[in-house]
Design a protein around this ligand. Structure first.
Ligand SMILES: [Zn+2]
Length: 249
């Protein structure tokens, strides 16, 4: 094979790895944002649970006030009962006592309902607090891992780019330019292997004449379909798999 093709294969490998490193670097802030969103969601859930609990507690305090007010009235009318001047007043006071006793009982029942609700909502707050704490720990760990990975990717990228510079120096300027132009047009791949007569990148079958030229490896051939530079590597010979047959010219 032409040394230039070997150099291009090495270049393609470096470029592919560099692209992967770039993608890792670009993905890191996106992943961090997703982690922050998860945390914000857990914080919001806790805030909501706390607000619901506070609402139940305020409602219960209000009921307590109402019950106590009713109780005071009952007690006041009971005192007045002793000093009733006549039967009419006595009955009127008894009526008031019955009314406010009923009111006190009604409010106390509502209070029991609120107390049960407070227990339930307090449990929700506790669970939301536990979830938030667990999420904080998980997010912190994942962020540390992402930071470490980004640092590794950054270092890898620097090494790959330095290596690329060295390899690129050994390639003829026109050939390098062809590779780079094709790579830009073809999702970063400027060179493709030919396997079983097919361009491995675009899966189009080479004409036999072209296939022979690629196999010879003594000139630069581009795929007629995807224009990638083509190369061929002899498959390893095994006992039960015959060598790739040479196509007719
Ligand atoms: Zn092709």
């Amino acid at each position: 094979m032409l040394p230039a093709l070997d150099a291009l294969i090495a270049l393609q490998d470096l470029d592919t790895r560099a692209e992967a490193a770039r993608r890792r670097l670009a993905d890191a802030p996106v992943k961090v944002a997703a982690l922050d969103a998860t945390l914000a969601g857990a914080t919001q859930a806790l805030d909501k649970a706390k607000a619901a609990l506070a609402e139940s507690q305020a409602a219960r305090r209000e009921l307590e006030r109402e019950a106590s007010a009713a109780e005071q009235k009952v007690s006041k009318y009971k005192d007045q009962l002793m000093q009733a001047k006549d039967n009419k007043q006595f009955h009127a006071l008894q009526h008031e006592i019955a009314t406010f006793s009923a009111e006190q009982q009604r409010v106390e029942e509502l209070e029991i309902g609120r107390m049960l609700e407070i227990d339930e909502r307090a449990a929700v707050v506790k669970a939301a607090e536990a979830t938030l704490a667990a999420e904080k720990t998980r997010v912190a760990a994942e962020k540390r891992a992402l930071e470490a990975d980004a640092a590794t990717a950054s270092a890898e990228l620097a090494t790959l780019l330095a290596g690329r510079g060295e390899v690129a120096k050994t390639i003829d300027a026109r050939l390098l330019s062809t590779y780079e132009t094709v790579a830009k047009q073809r999702k970063g791949t400027g060179i493709a292997r030919v396997v079983d007569g097919l361009c491995e990148a675009c899966r189009v079958r080479l004409r036999p004449h072209l296939y022979n030229q690629v196999r010879a490896g003594d000139q630069v051939i581009q795929c007629e379909s995807c224009v990638r530079i083509l190369y061929w590597i002899a498959p390893p010979k095994t006992d039960d798999a015959p060598a790739e047959p040479t196509p007719a010219s």
